[in-house]
Design a binder for this molecule. Sequence first.
Ligand code: IDP
Length: 158
Amino acid sequence: DAPVVASASAPVEKSYIMIKPDGVQRGLVGEVIGRFERKGFKLVGLKMFRCPRQLAEEHYGELKDRPFFPKLVDYITSGPVVCMVWEGDGVVASARKLIGKTDPLEADPGTIRGDLGLHKGRNVVHGSDSPENGLRETGEEELITEGMNVSVTANPLR
Ligand code: IDP
């Protein structure tokens, strides 16, 4: 039989979750973190910071040709955000379910956006849309946190 490969060496799936400026301003930080904690995923990085314009433009680079892009960058840079890395098998897809659809008016009740938001341009929280982007976004964030984040130093894309 083939030897069993130690699972400790396999990268654990990560999602980059960011509470956007409206979520911070409205006092929803605890509410959002609590939902992820109650679900059972593991918090491995947490930081509050003011996103520089250049990083916001990189983070949303795939949307740069969309008409709302300048307003999106204005919004994300308008106040402090809370950046987190959550870890666990299936965390990316599960976090997207917890967060709900992009437009809070279409998001199901029970989701963060469905329960707490009203507008696409103020939708409280970001969550990575694929495991690859989870690692990429975690890596971007790690550059900012400069050693405050212990677990993400295992990021293989770094
Ligand atoms: P997602 O955050 O649900 O993954 P994306 O399509 O990746 O959605 O868009 C990124 C962010 O851009 C959204 O969360 C939202 O804040 C903003 N956005 C998307 N579409 C619109 C729009 O039509 N008007 C204003 N903002 C938008």
